[in-house]
Design a binder for this molecule. Structure first.
Ligand code: F6R
Length: 610
């Protein structure tokens, strides 16, 4: 949440910062601002609204400055107006600071500073930190030391970059709980809250650790902890290319990412399937293979879309590995004193690898002695580093705020884990081979759905009048119904509920009338007949039925108002296919209603606050 970028180097800074903000805008887009050093003084421009507003304020003015910091905000403390936009200053206006995270003790710090005669212009917690740095600067006359002392007073989370007109060749950055990546370029350094703002300059990066600071001068940098201990950092190489974070001809990132799924799904199992053995190889879990095999219970913790894929994971692992699984919202897990036994294994699932609730759940589980494994997309992210072992899903950067390709790749990870455990236990080689073969056919089946996207567009047009939607599914497709409803809510702002189809009669059926479209996943499997009964119940009350059905199912035509066919596959693989028309439905619905698909209101990618 919130995007941060700082630059020091050989080039003019304002276009670099602006481009960085554009790359980071998916992380927050309530307001944006920039501070640069101009004629020995800090020049700051900031504006409520999207980065485009800031761009018009800059008015193509390439200021003669080669150092600066910038921010795009997702508001936590204080409404998103010009005053609350970052950067913020100390009272001398010589120190400027951008911040991602929450200063939890900001109220007591503010009171203390007010009593000492300091004043505040905004409602933000960030300004309190800036003023505190300024307070220490009066004594120390050293930017790095002032930042360090201020951070020692703070509880909460931060990713910050600070500059001062008194030290025109220095940037100081630090993090606790909010990501910070430091890029080492050719006579230039760029620091940002994620690698997408860095990749245009360099692929060589250092991931800053919690409670670590980096002090950057024109040609050098060094790191230490905020407690003044020396640290050593490895240089990593960013694994993606610039083209992967561009729209590549698609009107929106979300659509691009939906269309990437045949490839991203293939990437998720590449090198992990041993077809001739009907077996699965998971290098990242090798060190905990015995713990997994002997585990008495698996707990999966995640948020949002990742929580939905985890529910599919629950069904898969229980079915194939015969291990009891519980899926927990990460935000609840931490606060309800969960029981974790000796042989339990905890999985944490996250696309960004930075979700604060999930990170907190991991810490809770570790404190209780559990082995915690990660299923993560973002390489080098906090969750990837906090967990004991795990697997990357290799979906590549996901920029669209609504998560799409991460879902199918996370489901893929669970399929692989379930079969891996199942083969250790009771799945035969021949069944293993059959499953592996079916998995390898999925990318082409995904593609055939995408080739037929026009049909979903038509359905979206037809139902764009509706204010409410119900999504129903059973078995493996119940979580898909939840995911379809979430997608619709997020980007089209239409109220939607996901339910297990049979649960409808226990309450939600009261909502059904001729104005209520009901999306039902009715693929041909062992519970097909039961789902048809649920469709009958909807039809009997005048509800309109949009069915996701299996190719060749003529019978469904007797029941549904609209049908979208998906290719046949094994029932445990259907979520991979059934979710795609639902992603497309929400996308086309949002476009039809003129919504901002990639930057839906109130949302931001990667929720790094609790
Ligand atoms: C939904 C969405 C969110 C995320 C949730 C978890 O489209 O994007 O619900 O799924 O915030 O994020 P990660 O997976 O990054 O932990």
């Amino acid at each position: 949440m919130c995007g941060i970028v700082g630059y020091i180097g050989k080039n003019l800074v304002s276009p670099i910062l602006l481009n960085g903000l554009k790359r980071l805008e998916y992380r927050g887009y309530d307001s944006a601002g920039i501070s640069i050093l101009q004629n020995g003084q800090i020049l700051t421009l900031k504006k409520a609204g999207k980065v485009a507003e800031l761009e018009s304020l800059l008015n193509h003015n390439d200021y003669d400055s080669k150092i600066g910091i910038a921010h795009t905000r997702w508001a936590t403390h204080g409404e998103p107006n010009d005053l609350n936009a970052h950067p913020h200053f100390d009272n001398s206006k010589e120190i400027s600071l951008v911040h991602n995270g929450i200063i939890e003790n900001y109220a007591s710090l503010k009171k203390n500073l007010t009593e000492r005669g300091y004043y505040f212009e905004s409602d933000t917690d960030t300004e309190v930190l800036a003023v505190l740095v300024g307070h220490f600067y009066i004594k120390t006359k050293d930017l790095c030391e002032s930042v360090r002392l201020a951070l020692n007073e703070v509880t909460g989370t931060f990713g910050i970059v600070v500059m001062s007109s008194n030290e025109p060749n220095t940037l100081v950055a630090a993090r606790r709980g909010s990501p910070m990546v430091f890029g080492i370029g050719d006579d230039e350094f760029i620091i940002a809250s994620d690698a997408s703002a860095i990749i245009a300059h360099t692929k060589q990066v250092i991931y800053i650790n919690d409670n670590e600071m980096i002090i950057v001068n024109q040609n050098t940098f060094h790191t230490k902890t905020i407690y003044n201990e020396k640290t050593d950092n490895k240089i990593h190489e960013i694994e993606f290319d610039l083209t992967q974070i561009e729209k590549g001809g698609f009107p929106h990132f979300m659509l691009k990412e939906i269309y990437e799924q045949p490839i991203t799904f293939k990437d998720s199992f590449r090198g992990r399937i041993i077809q001739k053995e009907g077996d699965i190889k998971l290098g990242g879990l090798r060190s905990v293979a015995e713990n997994l095999r002997n585990s008495k219970r698996i707990i999966i913790t995640a948020c949002g879309t990742s929580w939905h894929s985890s529910l599919v994971g629950e069904y898969l692992i229980e079915n194939f590995a015969n291990i009891p699984v519980e899926v927990e919202y990460a935000s609840e897990f931490r606060y309800r004193n969960p029981v974790i036994n000796k042989d339990d294994i905890v999985f944490a699932v996250s696309q960004s690898g930075e979700t604060a609730d999930t990170l907190a759940a991991i810490k809770e589980a570790k404190q209780k002695g559990a082995i915690v494994l990660g299923i993560v997309n973002q390489v080098g992210s906090s969750i990837a580093r906090e967990t004991d072992a795990g697997m990357y899903i290799h979906a590549g950067p996901e920029i669209g705020v609504a998560s799409t390709k991460a879902f199918t790749s996370q489901v893929s990870a669970f399929i692989l884990i379930a079969l891996y455990l199942g083969r250790m236990k009771n799945i035969s080689k021949s069944d293993g081979m059959r499953y592996c073969n079916e998995i390898s056919l999925i990318p082409d089946k995904m593609q055939s759905i995408l080739d037929n996207a026009e049909a979903i567009k038509e359905i979206a047009k037809h139902y764009s009048y509706a204010n409410n939607f119900l999504y129903l599914g059973r078995g493996y497709n119940f979580p898909v119904a939840l995911e379809g409803a979430l997608k619709l809510k997020e980007i089209s702002y239409i109220h939607a509920e996901g339910y297990p189809a049979a649960e409808m009669k226990h309450g939600p059926i009261a909502l059904i009338d001729e104005n209520m479209p009901v999306v039902i996943i009715a693929t041909k499997d062992e519970i097909y007949e039961k789902v048809i009964s649920n469709i009958e119940e909807v039809r009997a009350r005048g509800g309109k039925v949009i069915a996701i059905a299996t190719e060749g199912d003529e019978n469904i035509k007797n029941y549904a108002n609209h049908i979208f066919y998906i290719p046949e596959t094994l029932s445990f693989l259907t979520p991979l296919l059934a979710v795609i028309p639902l992603q497309l439905l929400s996308y086309y619905m949002a476009v039809e209603l003129g919504r901002d698909v990639d930057q839906p209101r109130n949302l931001a990618k990667s929720v790094t606050v609790e």
